[in-house]
Ligand binder design. Sequence first.
Ligand SMILES: *Cc1c(COP(=O)(O)O)cnc(C)c1O
Length: 792
Amino acid sequence: MQTIFTDKETFKKVFIEEIKNTYNVDLKDSSIVQRYTILAKLLETNLDEAYRKTNAYIKDNNLKKTIYFSMEFLMGRLITNNLQNSGYYDVVKKAFQDLDIDLNEVEQSETDAGLGNGGLGRLAACFLDSAASLSLPLFGNSLRYQHGFFRQEIRNHKQVEHLDPWLDQPFIWETRRDHEAIDIPLFGYVEHTKLINPVWIKAVPYDVKIVGDQNGVVTTLRLWSTEPSDKQMMQDKKYIKMSKDISEVLYPDDSTENGKTLRLMQSYVFSAAGVKAAILEHKTLCRDIRKFHEYYTFQINDTHPTLVIPEMMRIFMDEEYLGYDEAWDITTKTCAFTNHTILSEALEKWNIQIFRNLLPRIYEIVQEMNRRFKRVLEEDGRFNREQMYFMGLIGHHHVRMAHICIYGSFSVNGVAQLHTDILKNIEMKNFYTLYPNKFNNKTNGITHRRWLIHTNHELVQILDEKIGTTWRQDLTQLERLDAFRKDEDTKKKIDQMKLAKKQALADYILKHEGVSLDVNSIFDIQIKRLHEYKRQLMNILHIIYVYQRLKTDPVFKKNYYPHSFIFGAKAAPSYHMAKAIIELISRSSEIINQDSDTNHLLKVVFVENYNVTYAEYLMPAADLSEQISTATKEASGTGNMKFMMNGAPTIGTLDGANVEIVEYAGEENNFIFGLTAEQVSEIHTNNGYKPREIFNEDPRLQNVFSFIRSMHENPQHFDYILNNLLNSDYFLVLKDFDAYAHAHVIANETYKDRSKWLEMSIANIAHSGFFTSDRTIEQYNQDIWKLTKIKF
Ligand SMILES: *Cc1c(COP(=O)(O)O)cnc(C)c1O
């Protein structure tokens, strides 16, 4: 099909005209933001046709759809992705060259869509890209937060949170659809299953186009925004504020009861709006409500969208007048659940008072579900009283969301093999006994289009030259690179690629953080949310130890290969320990970087406001990928996969998908250390761990603690961290410290043989094919969704 993007000259002409018409300026006088806006608008409009065709095809062929319900979609920028996937990137790049415009600079003026916190939200974004690229009718469903994940500033070494400004500029990629708005009832009370006097909220969908990779498919991410409803008679100031607050901010502070209610409202609104929209569509197409599950699968991404299940029950029973059993049959054939956590204290639960007050009819339905579930357990006969109580959908005055999901779904999946095994054998053991066939594994993945093709052109060139170009469609073909492990030309080029990416990152870090890095040093990177189980603390303790040793041990200093440690992480605003760890990293880095005795050998930088765009610079530039969580605690990780695909060996524990990374790339091509999942479980079961004993016997740790006490005018400043390590150390930082330090010695030694390191790097790239989210999505489709592909 001919479009303005097919031909460079046409595009140039239209682009110049649009700038002139819209802003009344000549191209040469236009700003970068104006250029960005026109480019994005032209592209967005151009996608309309494919969007219409995709939807028409699905409708005309009666295709089943998957709705991916997720509280988070961490999309990042869309401009590059949309240009590349629509196949217009090169035309625009060349046209801009003619016009003396730097396309990169234009791309950089787009603000990240940061509607997520981290891995879980980024996974959802990767899935949208993979499903569209595989021609699968999968649609995202979430909230349109006015403010996504906060912007982080480090001021005086401390994290300061600012509102995310993503909507300050118009978001070009969305379309508001007023006529598809849905009214959602909250509060009120129930009389004979009927909700009386609810407060009505209007949810308005904004559809974001998701572009498949040059296959003509354009699907949608639907983001619901909340507003006052016309159905609501009394519209005082308080009501209007509340209605808007629901989609105001991602993860509002939930330390108060009002905050908790607000979060539950968010969960309910996007779940209920998504369910209602699908049922309306189903009915508009004159399909039998009893066949709903033949046309829709609802994939529930973690427990935030749990209310999809009782809400379906409510509509089927109260509005479609089906009996309970029939409604339950359809619901459980529609819903599938993905579990993302192991930390049982992190399992989502809601206080009954809050729940019943906000959602009285939904609560009644959950009670009935619970009553029937208890009967199932009793009839099963394999569980004792206590076990049955702990398995309940309601218990300890709380509604247990994960239990509703397991009971109400036909599929329950973990996100890496180890994680699924732990769910089956430990965390959800009784549920697995009850429903062995529901449980399955879908190891996470990342879209190789964003994390390799779009962000590492240098590596793409090497791959194209060595193994041809078909790997783009079938990433397992990267394995053919393995034959080039010892090929000098390949090694030389991988070396040059890494250097170029490190230089680009060093430039970016100098500009944004004011720290200069030696590109010949080892770039050792830990970037992820700040959490105790991820053990950024172990990393900084080890860095301080290395620093002290460089100061005191001349032989060590002489042999130490220069090393740059890079951190990026946001801490939840109310997570005091995580914030203290950020301050510790930041203060240590200042001292270490200023020391001219050592700063040619050791630098530490904490990059501000780690997000998808920053990750796109960091991932390809890493020599070493830090994946050091306490074994059993990281469900999968996906950052680990991005690093691997860009050629960084992992220094890490056998946790989450690290286990599979090592299975594919070979243990000899990574630096694996520390306690195994079994050992960690044993320590936690036996309850006999005494961190202070380890401390008392390790002078390295004693010196590191002394250093930390000397860092601040108040020696007790970091006692919150230090005392926790000495008295509890739940995440076994001190226990794993020695093994970690040893792994670093080996890594540092290995890097000196650059040729050997490059072979390890190539092995990692060559075996990273499994970790494309295209594979993950194919597996979801084969085992769970069973969707038919769109074929024009
Ligand atoms: C991939 C990614 C994550 C997840 O990282 P993990 O190391 O798996 O926790 C978090 N944030 C951003 C911005 C990412 O791109």
